[in-house]
Design a protein around this ligand. Structure first.
Ligand SMILES: CC(C)(COP(=O)(O)OP(=O)(O)OC[C@H]1O[C@@H](n2cnc3c(N)ncnc32)[C@H](O)[C@@H]1OP(=O)(O)O)[C@@H](O)C(=O)NCCC(=O)NCCS
Length: 182
């Protein structure tokens, strides 16, 4: 059971959330900026065997018209990040990762809860993502957030592994189920 609480504070430009880690320390979720990219990329190289490049992250911040990049931090320590694409009435979770030493503390859950709430705010109808078939941690995370397996993308990753395609609806009236079950 994750022991944290949340306080929302939103504006059109910035979406900020405060939460408390199991240690009792306060952490924040805020929009990613260019200064964050070196730290984010460092975490990316620890999280994935086929990491995004530095320029890919910079593109998400400066050029993309659909990207919503977030970080979670505690003081100057980067805890995790997520990149979401809002395209028409769908949101696509393109990337989400937690620092290896910070895992199983509810950080990805916190990011996902913010993402799904933003989807509702933007009238997105559904959320979807791809995950490696071998990625048990991520698959369990998404199951906890009520994503369903809807298909497979064969040899989706550069090393030839298949991707599992998962989605969930975000309809009004479905709000009470927006966060993970405890
Ligand atoms: C997947 C990942 C983002 C999870 O981050 P996290 O901050 O540790 O996740 P949370 O603490 O919020 O965990 C939420 C739930 O996910 C599931 N989960 C997380 N890690 C798990 C693991 N190692 N094994 C099984 N289930 C796991 C559990 O259901 C967990 O709930 P619980 O702790 O109450 O049992 C993290 O492991 C990671 O960064 N992996 C490398 C990058 C990656 O694979 N990203 C996803 C790409 S699709």
């Amino acid at each position: 059971m994750i022991n944290w609480w949340r306080q929302m504070s939103t504006s059109t430009e910035q979406h900020v959330e405060r939460f408390v880690l199991p240690s009792g320390e306060t952490a924040w979720i805020r929009m990613m900026c260019l200064q964050d990219v070196p730290k984010v990329h460092d975490l990316e190289t620890k999280a994935y065997k086929d990491p995004w490049s530095l320029s890919h992250f910079r593109h998400e911040i400066t050029d993309s018209t659909v990207s919503w990049p977030l970080i979670a931090e505690c003081g100057v320590q980067l805890l995790g990040y997520a990149i979401v694409w809002f395209v028409e009435d769908e949101l696509h979770i393109a990337n989400i990762a937690t620092a290896p030493e910070q895992r199983r503390k509810g950080i990805a859950s916190q990011l996902l809860a913010v993402i799904l709430e933003e989807g509702l705010n933007r009238q997105a109808q559904r959320a979807y993502l791809e995950v490696r078939g071998s990625n048990v941690a991520a698959f369990q995370l998404y199951k906890k957030f009520k994503f369903d397996l809807i298909g497979t993308r064969m040899r989706y990753y550069r090393d030839g592994e298949d991707a599992i395609l998962m989605h969930r609806f975000l309809r009004p009236g479905f709000d009470s189920n927006i966060t993970a079950s405890s």
